[in-house]
Design a protein around this ligand. Structure first.
Ligand SMILES: Cc1cc2nc3c(=O)[nH]c(=O)nc-3n(C[C@H](O)[C@H](O)[C@H](O)COP(=O)(O)OP(=O)(O)OC[C@H]3O[C@@H](n4cnc5c(N)ncnc54)[C@H](O)[C@@H]3O)c2cc1C
Length: 257
C-alpha cells in the first residue's frame, strides 16, 4: 500500500490582506475532496519548494478553497503569501481532520491564536447552530477581524502584543457544566501546558478535548516541518486517542528540530 498522500495542483486565484497579519488566499483545486471535518487541514507546498506547511481549509465552494495564512516576520509560506502569489500554482496534499466531539457533547469551547481562527470559524459555522459555542481568540493588537465568526457565537477577543498567554487564560476559564468538547490550537509549548492542565487539574476525559500544537516558536525558519498526516494515520491505525496522536506530533517536531 502506498503511504504517499494524494496531491492536488492548486492555482492561486485571489489574495486579500485581511489584517496586517492575515492573508486570505483562494485556490482553485479541481478534484479536491473534503473530509467534511471542520478543522481539516492540508499540506501546502509553494512553487519551487518541496517542504510543506500546514493550513486549515477555511471554507470550500466547489473547487475553490480558502486558506487564511498568518504572516509573521520570517517563513517559507509567509514570504510567498506576502508577495504576489496570484497566478502561481502551488501543491496541496489530501486533507485530514481532527475535530471529533462525543455524541453527548452539550457545548463547544474553542480557544486559539491567529493560526486557529480559520478552524474555529469553520467549526462554529458548521456546529455553532446546534451547540452553544464560545470562542476565545488571541490575536495581535491589529488583527481583530469583525465578522470573522458566525452570528450567535459568543466571542472573546484577547489582543496581545507579545508571546501567547493562552495556557494561563485557559486555566482561568469557566467551563460550562455537563459533557462538552474543548478544542484548542496554537503555539506548541502553550498547548503542551494545556494538555497537562486538562489532564491533571480539570481531569477532563480525553474524548472531550482536542489540543493541537500548530506551530513552534523557534529562532529561525524551521529546517523541516513535520507532516501530521502520517502520524495521524499511524496513530489511528494503532487505536490511539487524539490526545496521544497530537502528543506524538509534538514529540516528532521536537526531534526534527
Ligand atoms: C493542523 C494544522 C493546521 C494549521 N492551520 C493554519 C492556518 O489555517 N493558518 C495559519 O496561518 N497557520 C496554520 N497552521 C500553522 C502553520 O503551519 C505554521 O505557522 C507554519 O510554521 C507557518 O509556516 P511558515 O513557512 O510561514 O514559517 P516557518 O518557515 O515554518 O517558520 C519560520 C519562523 O516563523 C516562526 N513561526 C511559525 N509560525 C508562526 C506563527 N503563526 N506566528 C509567529 N511565528 C511563527 C517559527 O518559529 C520560525 O521561527 C496550522 C498548523 C497545523 C499543524
Amino acid at each position: 500500500m502506498s503511504t504517499r498522500a494524494q496531491q492536488y495542483a492548486a492555482d492561486v486565484v485571489a489574495r486579500e490582506q485581511v489584517t496586517p497579519h492575515l492573508v486570505r488566499l483562494t485556490l482553485d483545486v479541481p478534484g479536491f475532496v473534503s473530509t467534511g471535518i471542520p478543522d481539516e487541514w492540508v499540506g501546502l507546498v509553494v512553487p519551487g519548494q518541496y517542504q510543506s506547511r500546514y493550513y486549515t481549509v477555511r471554507s470550500i465552494d466547489g473547487s475553490r478553497l480558502v486558506l487564511d495564512v498568518v504572516v509573521h516576520p520570517v517563513g517559507l509560506v509567509t514570504e510567498w503569501a506576502s508577495g504576489d502569489p496570484v497566478g502561481q500554482q502551488a501543491t496541496i496534499t489530501e486533507p485530514k481532520g481532527s475535530f471529533d466531539p462525543p455524541a453527548e457533547a452539550g457545548w463547544l469551547l474553542l480557544v486559539g491564536d491567529l493560526t486557529a481562527l480559520p478552524a474555529m470559524a469553520r467549526i462554529a459555522a458548521e456546529h455553532g447552530g446546534r451547540l452553544p459555542t464560545r470562542i476565545v481568540a488571541e490575536v495581535p493588537l491589529d488583527s481583530r477581524v469583525e465578522g470573522y465568526f458566525p452570528d450567535g457565537v459568543e466571542v472573546t477577543w484577547l489582543p496581545t502584543d507579545g508571546p501567547s498567554r493562552l495556557a494561563q487564560v485557559v486555566e482561568t476559564l469557566d467551563f460550562p457544566d455537563g459533557p462538552g468538547y474543548f478544542w484548542m490550537a496554537g503555539e506548541s509549548a502553550q498547548m503542551r501546558a494545556i494538555r497537562k492542565h486538562l489532564m491533571r487539574e480539570r481531569k477532563l476525559p480525553s474524548a472531550e478535548y482536542d489540543v493541537m500544537g500548530y506551530w513552534r516558536s523557534v529562532a529561525q525558519r524551521q529546517p523541516r516541518a513535520v507532516d501530521p498526516g502520517p502520524i495521524w494515520r499511524a496513530g489511528k491505525a494503532a487505536g490511539k486517542s487524539d490526545e496521544e496522536i497530537w502528543a506524538d506530533y509534538d514529540a516528532a517536531q521536537e526531534a526534527g528540530q
